[in-house]
Design a protein around this ligand. Structure first.
Ligand SMILES: [Zn+2]
Ligand SMILES: [Zn+2]
Length: 179
C-alpha cells in the first residue's frame, strides 16, 4: 500500500483528459500522488426504480469495500443521479474520517441534458465536489467561510461561489495529515 496516495475510480466513461485535469487539481490541493483507474460496476444493482435514481449510500459502501484497499483515499466518480433517502439528490458523499467518497457530475450541469465534459463549468464544479468529499475523508466537516471548498452546497450556484481550495482554518485542521 502506497500511503499518501489518492485514487480516482472512473465509473462514468469519462474522457482521459477530463480525468487527468481533475487529478491534477486534487494533487494541487492535497499534495498526494493521484492515480486514475477504471471501475466496473453493474449500476442496475444500485438503481431505485421508485425514485429513478441511484442509491448513493450503497454505491459508497461498494466502492469502499471493492476499490479502496490499495490507496489512502479513494473517490468513485459517477455520471448517474445519486440520492440518499432524506435528500432529493446529492452531488456526492463520503465517510467522515474514512477512506472513501463518491461524486457524480449528473447534477452539475445547468440543464442536465447533453452533458458535455469539455464544458469548463462542469469540470470546475466536479473538481470542487471531489475535493470537498476528500475533505470529509480527511475528517473535515462543513465550513462557513464562503469561499472554502468545504462549504456545503445544495445548488450548482453554491458550488460556483466557492473556490476549489480549503480555507486556512480547514487546512490547519488537517495539517499533519496533509502537508
Ligand atoms: Zn459535504
Ligand atoms: Zn474552511
Amino acid at each position: 500500500m502506497d500511503l499518501q496516495n489518492i485514487t480516482l475510480i472512473s465509473f462514468g466513461y469519462f474522457e482521459e483528459v477530463f480525468l487527468r485535469d481533475i487529478a491534477e487539481a486534487v494533487k494541487q490541493e492535497y499534495f498526494f500522488q493521484v492515480n486514475i483507474k477504471e471501475g466496473r460496476l453493474d449500476l442496475s444493482e444500485f438503481y431505485d426504480p421508485g425514485r429513478r435514481q441511484y442509491d448513493g449510500t450503497k454505491l459508497l459502501k461498494e466502492v469502499d469495500s471493492a476499490y479502496s484497499s490499495d490507496s489512502n483515499k479513494t473517490v468513485g466518480l459517477f455520471s448517474v443521479d445519486l440520492f440518499i433517502p432524506i435528500l432529493t439528490y446529492i452531488f456526492g458523499q463520503a465517510f467522515l474520517n474514512g477512506r472513501t467518497g463518491i461524486a457524480s457530475l449528473y447534477r452539475l450541469s445547468n440543464e442536465r441534458y447533453g452533458i458535455n465534459t469539455a464544458d469548463n463549468f462542469i469540470s470546475e464544479r466536479f473538481k470542487k465536489e471531489i475535493i470537498h468529499e476528500l475533505g470529509h475523508t480527511f475528517g473535515l466537516i462543513h465550513c462557513h467561510i464562503p469561499t472554502c471548498v468545504m462549504r456545503s452546497g445544495t445548488y450548482v450556484e453554491d458550488i460556483d461561489q466557492k473556490s476549489s481550495s480549503l480555507c486556512p482554518g480547514c487546512r490547519k485542521k488537517i495539517s499533519g495529515v496533509v502537508i
